[in-house]
Design a protein around this ligand. Structure first.
Ligand code: CTP
Length: 400
């Protein structure tokens, strides 16, 4: 099969260096990538780098290799165009259909999905001119990723950072696989918890679990791609923030409960993918617990943590709020899943069979989604994104 053809447009911002990492991910995962920088982008990263990493010649303007008509051909033959970083100037040109270099010509000749990953200072991003250009591009069907919040070029911080290249790559992969889909969660606020809580024993030790957070992140990423405003409550994950998602880091089950309840107050849906510790040490030692010569260690006394899923299911913050839980079972998966669904009182329960194919930390998952209405949706073994999409399909049906 031919490799999917991707055009990586790079405009002139300091984040251009992060596009090298995106380029690597795209080529290493089997995409044929043609890099089209603007002249300003070459102030940040030179043509030699783009050419060497992509294996293709690199030009910024329409006057090279004119016999090949590059200003038309590159766009026409692309399966996806991704512009990262997209400066405020590039967004303005794209929105107004200007065509004064190879990249802007390519944007006008492309008939494939186009993704923009903006990066700029907060003031520029928030300026009504930029916001109107972004709205125009979205109305025409382009995917414009929300910039991340964090450190900007100088000492200042705010909204305007280029999202992590791994997350831009995930957006590209999704758009290539599914096209630009109807944003069926637009106008919705969804809350997702992910990762695993840690219950401290003393300043250096904790009781924890192996949850990687990947399923929660896949849920957050796919909900954002479907147009939702997403709050991700992340317990001890260390993963890059999904593009366009508000991430609230937490440590313990009690902190997770507080963050989930706060975010759920105006949420249309809450998905509890986090592995929450059922128990925590009854006492926290403020100093490190030391060995005592010749003595057995003191037993660790545990107390119950609140059951967050049961609590939010019983006391819905708004009428019609859809609540989804996760359950890992080893035996009698469906029967145990049904009992748990009833006990927790949620609308949907995603039941994983844990066994030979491990779920924790892996990229793939297999599950059955049980509905309180008696429905049963099997999701075959596959990427965690695929399971996430099914969960949102079922949530969207219930919200409609
Ligand atoms: N959960 C929660 N609060 C807890 C424990 C779990 O909100 N204190 C949520 C998880 O986020 C997940 C689901 O409940 O959505 C998982 O439940 P699980 O831990 O499997 O169920 P338990 O009630 O612990 O049942 P059992 O110990 O019998 O497996």
């Amino acid at each position: 099969m031919d490799k999917p053809k991707v055009v990586l447009g790079v405009s002139g911002g300091i984040a251009a260096y992060k596009a090298c990492e995106l380029l690597r991910r795209l080529t290493e995962s089997g995409h044929d990538v043609r890099v089209v920088p603007t002249a300003s982008a070459l102030h940040f990263v030179g043509a030699a780098t783009w050419s060497a990493l992509s294996g293709h010649p690199v030009s910024t303007e329409v006057w090279d290799d004119v016999h090949e008509v590059p200003h038309v051909r590159i766009g026409q033959s692309a399966d996806l165009v991704i512009v990262a970083p997209a400066t405020t100037d590039m967004l303005a040109k794209a929105a107004h259909g200007l065509a004064d270099d190879l990249l802007t010509n390519t944007l006008l000749t492309a008939r494939c999905p186009v993704v923009f990953a903006p990066a700029m200072h907060t003031e520029m991003w928030e300026h009504p001119a930029t916001q109107e250009n972004v709205a125009t591009l979205r109305r025409r069907g382009a995917v414009v990723i929300e910039p991340a919040v964090g450190r900007l070029t100088g000492v200042d911080t705010g909204k305007g950072r280029l999202p992590d290249p791994t997350e831009i790559f995930e957006v590209c992969r999704r758009v290539l696989a599914r096209g630009v889909t109807e944003p069926d969660l637009k106008g919705r606020h969804v809350v997702v918890s992910g990762g695993g809580t840690r219950e401290p024993l003393d300043p250096v030790r904790f009781l924890g679990n192996r949850s990687s957070g990947k399923q929660g992140y896949a849920l957050a990423r796919t909900a954002a791609a479907r147009g939702a405003r997403v709050t991700l409550i992340a317990a001890n994950t260390g993963l890059p923030d999904p593009a366009g998602v508000d991430v609230v880091p937490v440590g313990t089950a009690v902190q997770l409960r507080e963050a989930v309840l706060k975010a759920a107050a105006d949420a249309d849906a809450v998905v509890m993918a986090a592995a929450v510790a059922d128990f925590r040490p009854a006492e926290y030692a403020s100093g490190k617990i030391k060995k005592k010569d010749g003595k057995e260690p003191d037993p660790i006394v545990l107390v119950r943590n609140p059951d967050i899923l049961a609590e939010i299911s019983a006391e819905r913050a708004r009428p019609g709020q859809v609540v989804v839980g996760f359950a890992a079972e080893t035996d009698d998966v469906l029967a145990n899943g049904r009992t748990k669904l009833a006990r927790k009182g949620c609308d949907l329960l995603v039941v994983n069979e844990v066994g030979e194919r491990k779920t924790f930390g892996s990229e793939e998952n297999e599950a059955v989604v049980l509905g309180a209405d008696g429905s049963e949706t099997a999701v075959p073994y596959g990427p965690k994104e695929a399971l996430a999409e099914t969960v949102w399909d079922l949530v969207a049906q219930r919200l409609a």
